[in-house]
Design a protein around this ligand. Sequence first.
Ligand SMILES: NC(=O)c1ccc[n+]([C@@H]2O[C@H](COP(=O)([O-])OP(=O)(O)OC[C@H]3O[C@@H](n4cnc5c(N)ncnc54)[C@H](OP(=O)(O)O)[C@@H]3O)[C@@H](O)[C@H]2O)c1
Length: 322
Amino acid sequence: MKAALYTAYGPPSTIAFRDEPIPTPARGELLVRVRAAPVTAGDARMRSGKVPRGLGLMMRLALGLARPRIAPGFAFAGEVAALGPDATGFAEGQKVFGLKGFRGGAHRDYLTIPANGTVLPLPESLDFRTGAAFFFGGLTAAEFLIDRVRLQPGERLFVAGATGAVGSAAVQIGRHLGAHVTATASPANHPLARQLGAEAVSDYRDPPPPGPFDVILDVMGQLGWPGARPLLAPGGRLVLVTADLSQMLGAALRPKRDGRRILTGTNRDDLPAMRRLLDLHRAGGYTPALGPVLPFASLVQAHELAESFHKPGNIVVEMDAP
Ligand SMILES: NC(=O)c1ccc[n+]([C@@H]2O[C@H](COP(=O)([O-])OP(=O)(O)OC[C@H]3O[C@@H](n4cnc5c(N)ncnc54)[C@H](OP(=O)(O)O)[C@@H]3O)[C@@H](O)[C@H]2O)c1
């Protein structure tokens, strides 16, 4: 089988492929034949080592000093190819989707994962592509909007950067929660932003929409506190989905400013969070936006698109191992 690996921190060309034996599932594990996997902003950052200012050393301490000592691929959709001893809850041939998490290992033809880990049956309403695209942006948007800012029906939500993986999920979930959604995106993506549920859409290169907003989700950190402050209603909340170290420290030390709040951080990617997102999907509140779909052999090209930070929705690569 074919597996991708990172050879160094650097451009997409540092990704290599190698042939490996198909792994044997250990006790309690599933062997999954991967059919599709997303190539996310997170994958691009871990490969390139390019993270918001001040976070580089922390990232390298966690992932590897000289090169990423993790495997490519955060999430997957596929079929159970075999069950290890005592693995329960799944059947051979069953369609599944799940997360390998930040240590990776989904960009390969076959992977193993604990049957009681971050893997779920793929619902009929999703195919392998949308199953692969399901978790990355969805988990982030759901956690920030539902758990962190507790978005309420009727509130005014501004999603700045609304059509990538996180933004496209946030617009849908915000709308589903009963918020009025205003969005920014580049003009080519305005139809997508409206289709996802945004009521008003403008270009993020123009002056921002006037507000006031109860919640601002600043996906790329373009606005920051100085840009968002004049747009926030009293009691408003600003989420910096992309934040550098000084913004994170600033938000931790002084989260409340002028009666408004700043939130940063990362989201959980555990089974309860995955199940909650699936419930949102079943309730009609979220379906991942699918962008370019490429063959697994074009993983390098997929990384080039992912690190542009201008992709519509989610990029997915498809595996075609026999
Ligand atoms: N905190 C966390 O836990 C967490 C979790 C996931 C992701 N992230 C971070 O969140 C960011 C977005 O991730 P993603 O997967 O959604 O990326 P993505 O799919 O590449 O989407 C990026 C979005 O930002 C827009 N954009 C690009 N430049 C912009 C600018 N200068 N101002 C406003 N919008 C701009 C793009 O719009 P156009 O395509 O229309 O240009 C696109 O909609 C990344 O920095 C990622 O590392 C953080």
